[in-house]
Design a protein around this ligand. Sequence first.
Ligand code: ADP
Ligand code: MG
Length: 625
Amino acid sequence: MAMASSSSRNGAVRGGSMRPVSGSSNLRSSSFKSRIPSSSAPRRNSTSSASLADNGVPGRVRVAVRLRPRNADESVADADFADCVELQPELKRLKLRKNNWDTETYEFDDVLTEAASQKRVYQVVAKPVVESVLEGYNGTVMAYGQTGTGKTFTLGRLGDEDTAARGIMVRSMEDIIAGTSLDTDSVSVSYLQLYMETIQDLLDPSNDNIAIVEDPKTGDVSLPGATHVEIRNQQNFLELLQLGETHRVAANTKLNTESSRSHAILMVHVKRSVVENEDPVSTETENSSHFLRPSKPLVRRSKLVLVDLAGSERVHKSGINLMRRCLDSGAPGNSFSGTDSLPSRHSQARESLNGQKAPFATLCEQVGLQKILQLLESDDANIRIHAVKVVANLAAEEANQEKIVEAGGLTSLLMLLRSYEDETVRRVAAGAIANLAMNEVSQQLIVDQGGISLLSLTAADAEDPQTLRMVAGAIANLCGNDKLQARLWSDGGIKALLGMVRCGHPDVLAQVARGIANFAKCESRATTQGVKSGRSLLIEDGALPWIVQHANDEAAPIRRHIELALCHLAQHEVNAKEMISGGALWELVRISKECSREDIRSLAHRTLSSSPVFRSEIRRLGIQF
Ligand code: ADP
Ligand code: MG
């Protein structure tokens, strides 16, 4: 289950007026709209909020994933979660094994394991949002995932029998009550269910078709018909939640549906009286005390929205489809994408949540790709940095990849990577190149435009592991293209790949290993088809010692790629002699006996048994096989 959270600035209303100046996270039909407020809204100092300071992107959506423990049925069936899902909480990553050959890695803002307590989930995911709501910002937390993955557990548990079990709704309200004053502030809630196109009031079951009103001028959406209940204390709130839950069950019975098909939305409206100087900017000025104007009371309104979304098996109905970002795929020939600290994932998340176009795509349409690519060579360093980020974002979209390469974008990016000393530019440019190397058509274009030599030169110069990881990832993708094998090798792609192992970073090594596995697989196919003869070009380029050395690497991704590469190489007798003298036979025998993956184990066994050269060597050495 994933949880998305965001908070964005809300307008402060002065002099006791009750009209909110700007809102966000508004509800509209069955999708959420999260707007960055218009520049005309009064601004407050955004650095005071931790969630806004994050990456310097105001109101950006953060996404966390929580894996629930196995339930009794799954334990009985001995379902092996670990076999298909692997969490790497320190790296904030989740790996999904799609099949024997293929894994995908996703990066999140936070990764919460089976062992994570309700308290920790609250602290990581919701507390920063609640804190900004208390400071006057609007915030939203949504739980997303298939039915049964723990959305309601995470958000809605009351914890009446065991306080440690309290979910995000209850804990948020505790903090909101603690952070407001009964005398000067007010807290009220609405609790709603959205099913298909109708909204039912869970606090007033007779109110079963609440109108959605959109302000034609501001686009702000509100639900004036929804019941607001003033909250005086926590007990009061718990009773209300319970009441809402009862109505939810009743409403669902009436509609003949299940709760997993509807969204449940708890809105907490916070209204606080604060005393603030009229012009907050003046307090930042030196000697400002001379110029302070008298304080006026201020009413600050904000809203916390907690959403228990319908099961994601109904994703097409919920309108929310992308909450995780694919970082790379371990599949030979598959895509590799993603750069850390790029705005792309934020805009992606925003795009899918809004159903609106990402700002970068709009920019591209308006300014034109050619112009943006020209800006990569601007004399102004600032412009270059922005341009490379824009291009990287565009390159993350498959639809743009060919266009960028055709327009010469790849060459500009490679030049930037080689000549420009700024670390960020290099990393972002490398990420963009890795993205461009994802699709087959652009792979061909990359090779045609001399991209392999440029990548090789870059590989030789770069030092930052993340840059190298992207370059290695790009080459690894090219390695998986059957048509490019010969050119890849003659332009020095394999040598470049092997050169990058000097860096030693496991992420780089994993990409190198993936490239080797990809190449070995394509080569093996070509040899079988009679398109290629002679020993492996990997052996030709001296890859074997590294392969043998890492065949039992402690990092699972490296080990797995190398094990597969060895099996591919061993399928052809032309490679047998070198493999034996290089120690690869021992590794293959070990793999055939010890590999934790049954499929690889039997592949190694089959490969060895079908080769007369290996068989006789095994006999000669008296190896048990
Ligand atoms: P959803 O709302 O996504 O359909 P639920 O919250 O109803 O899923 O959870 C499904 C089942 O799994 C419930 O029995 C719930 O108690 C259990 N469960 C979910 N998350 C956890 C967790 N972190 N620890 C223990 N049990 C959990
Ligand atoms: Mg549920």
